[in-house]
Design a protein around this ligand. Sequence first.
Ligand code: SF4
Ligand code: FES
Length: 250
Amino acid sequence: MSGMNLTLKIWRQAGPDASGELVTYQMTDVSEDMSFLEMLDVLNERLAAEGTEPIAFDSDCREGICGMCGLMISGDAHGPERTTTCQLHMRSFNDGDTITVEPWRADAFPVVRDLVVDRTAFDRIIQSGGFISVNTGAAPEAHSVPVPKPDADRAFDAAKCIGCGACVAACPNASGMLFMGAKVTHLGEVPQGQPERPARVLAMVDQHDLEGFGGCTNIGECAGACPKEIPLDVISQLNKDLRSAAFHRG
Ligand code: SF4
Ligand code: FES
C-alpha cells in the first residue's frame, strides 16, 4: 500500500525581525506510521539535498517528556490528537490533506526562526518562584514527612506539566495560567512547598505579567490543548493561593 500525498503549508521566517510567510511543500508517499516530526525530517533531508535551508523546529526527547516540541498544526496546538507533537503520528491525517504548520503565537514566545520560538519566559517564571528550598545532604527517611495520599496524587498529577507552552498557544489571551497553576499546585500540595507558598505565587504571577502573557478569562482552551491533561482547576488553586498571599501581604 502506498503512502499519503499531502500538501504542507509551513511558516518560514529567517529570523526574529524578518517577516515570515507560509511556504507550500508537496509530500508524497508519507507512511501513516511516521511521527509528525519524522515526516518533517524527511522533508528537511529533501530540502538539504536540493540546497535549500531546512525548516527549523525544536525537539529533544521525542517521547513526550521534555516539552521541547510544539507546533500549531492546522490551528490546533500539537495537532488533532491530545498528545505532544513528537507523539503525533501521520495516521491522524488523510491522503490529500492540506496541513498548515506554524509556530506558537504569543508575544511572550517570540519566533526565533521558522517554527522555533523562545520559551525562556517560562524559565524565568520558574526562576522567580517555581522551586522549594531544602537542605542538601543525607536523604530524609521517607516516612518522616507524611503526605496524605490525595495530596500526593494531586501534586503528582500537576507535576506532569512538561512546560511545552501549548496552553499559551491555544489561549486567545496567550495566558500562562495553566502552566503556573500546575507548578503552584504541584509545589503547594506537599509539606516541603509550604514555607515559600505565599511568596511563590506572588513572584510567579508578577513575572508572568512582566513577560507579556495575557490574563485568564476562563475560556478553557488551555486545558483542552494540554498533552498532559492538566485540569483547569489548577487555575482556581492558583487564584486561591494568590488571594490568600495578597491578603497576608496587605
Ligand atoms: S500545562 Fe500542559 S500545555 Fe501547559 S505547559 Fe504544562 S504540559 Fe504544556
Ligand atoms: S520532543 Fe520531548 S516532548 Fe516532544
